[in-house]
Design a protein around this ligand. Sequence first.
Ligand code: B1M
Length: 211
Amino acid sequence: MVPDPAAMSEAVVQGDAQAAERLARAAVESDADLVAAVEHGFAAGLRRVGELWEAGDYFLPELVQGAEAMKAAMGVLLPALRGAAGSTSRGVVVIGTVAGDLHDIGKGLVGVLLAAHGFEVHDLGTDVPLEAFVARAHESGARIVAASALLTTTMQAQRELVRAVAAAGFERPPAVLVGGAPTSAAWAREIGAAWAENALGAARVALELTA
Ligand code: B1M
């Protein structure tokens, strides 16, 4: 149960960071389903902000304020989700947002849910060059390289990542997992990667890939 997903969404649409943080605290304190609070509450609000921006009703300042409100909520929710993480026996996942792309909210959520499902997550941040993904995967013996892309222009880097991993001469090549709003199962099939639509799905797919 999530206390009030509509209020969570509205706080983000209004760019009200204080309200978003307060609602996130209420969710944590009431022992609510925090993944659902993100997906049906705060992230739904941010998707709405994106639609309003695309329609020309919102401008860049509102987009930024919406993201700030979402981040205020995530600042409360991610530590609570991380706290639920158990052992890291499933192996290493190297995760990042691809080069040229600064969107990190969804990637952060995917990373936390992977950790909560037993993976040791190495988060390289945003705007991550291919070489950095490959180098960290080598160093850490990663089982999965996970790449997020939110722009139709930057999703091409996911294809390049699949090629770079294949060409890197791993003894045991890591699987490549991709995701992000403009991606799809068809896109992942085309480039030869695994795909998940959302953060919980990413954790499920990662478990399958390492079973
Ligand atoms: Co940007 N932006 N943005 N933006 N932004 C989008 C992506 C856009 C769709 C908005 C729109 O037009 N409706 C549009 C892209 C259009 C396109 O390419 N077709 C867009 C644009 C154009 C831009 C700029 C170019 C705007 C400009 O400057 N003119 C610019 C680009 C900057 C850059 O990256 N170089 C830009 C900037 C920004 C902000 C900085 C203002 C801010 C980001 C703040 C931040 O991340 N720190 C921002 C935001 C907030 C958005 C929207 C509104 C919301 C993104 C978000 O955080 N969603 C977005 C609209 C939208 O997505 N509908 C938009 C919430 C988050 C929980 O969801 O990230 O989708 P999401 O992650 C989900 C799934 O996608 C999935 O799981 C997550 C959780 O369930 N997932 C994975 C994500 N990664 C995964 C990886 C996986 C598996 C699943 O495996 C590895």
